[in-house]
Write a protein that binds this ligand. Structure first.
Ligand code: SF4
Length: 246
């Protein structure tokens, strides 16, 4: 079986092996953490492999307090530096000045603009100097993520490789790992949230709802993604799978 073929069916690859390969292959690897459940797992796995783990998180300015609390708990537990990246102040002033602070409720286009200013552009800046970045995206999270490759050239950030070690994992596998290893996790999960982003754009979900149904819940027939996994105008990223470790 070829390496690329394996990339299409990576459920048999342990995420730890993917992470180990990433650290052996690339000089500078960043874990980009949203501090959802998958971030807890990835940071723990990486900390068992490497002493020096680089974690980047995007402080959009609209995060729930519980996210900031979790960042502190993770810092304390692992003694790692978490680089907290903020939006560009001038971009923010222009956007809010022209459209108001709650522009995301006005239209999908303005919501995507907000995600671009508060997330996508800061991420691009933060990744400067890295060779690869690790994301907690899983295929089962949403139809838009069903074809997520474990390792791919990142079309949004030239020259970088994007790695999703948990792509083939289920939600149950994530939570089993968290429970078995007594990891810190986001407290909003205990209040019925199944996906957590910015405070004004996230609500708890009801039984039977899609995992990401609580994100931008007021939008109908729109892609439940920000520009980190999709393009800023809502198109799927055209990712090219790369070889994965054998
Ligand atoms: S999730 Fe909401 S508040 Fe956060 S960046 Fe996107 S639109 Fe803005």
């Amino acid at each position: 079986m070829s390496a690329v073929a394996r990339a299409e069916e990576p459920a048999d690859l342990a995420p730890e092996d993917v992470l180990r390969w990433a650290y052996e292959t690339f000089r500078r690897v960043a874990i980009v953490a949203s501090f959802q459940a998958e971030s807890s797992v990835l940071i723990d796995m990486a900390s068992r492999i490497r002493q020096e783990v680089h974690v980047i998180t995007l402080d959009t300015g609209r995060l729930p307090q519980a996210t900031h609390d979790l960042i502190d708990r993770v810092r304390d537990r692992y003694a790692i530096e978490v680089k907290v990246v903020a939006p560009d102040a001038r971009d923010l002033e222009q956007m809010v000045g022209a459209n108001g602070v709650n522009l995301f409720y006005s239209s999908p286009a303005l919501r995507r603009l907000c995600c671009e200013v508060r997330k996508s552009k800061p991420l691009a800046r933060a990744l400067d100097g890295y060779d690869a970045w690790v994301t907690g995206v899983r295929r089962q999270q949403a139809a838009t993520r069903a074809k997520t490759p474990v390792i791919a050239a990142d079309p949004e950030h030239e020259g970088l490789t994007k790695i999703a070690p948990l792509a083939g994992w289920s939600k149950d596998q994530v939570w089993s790992y968290i429970r078995d290893n007594d990891l810190p996790y986001h407290s909003l999960y205990d209040l019925g949230y199944t996906s957590i982003g910015c405070e004004p754009c996230t609500r708890a979900t009801a039984a039977g709802e899609d995992e990401r149904a609580g994100r931008w819940w007021w939008e109908e027939n729109e892609v439940k993604e920000c520009g980190l996994q999709w393009t800023p105008d809502g198109r799927p990223l055209q990712v090219r799978p790369r070889s994965v470790p054998q």
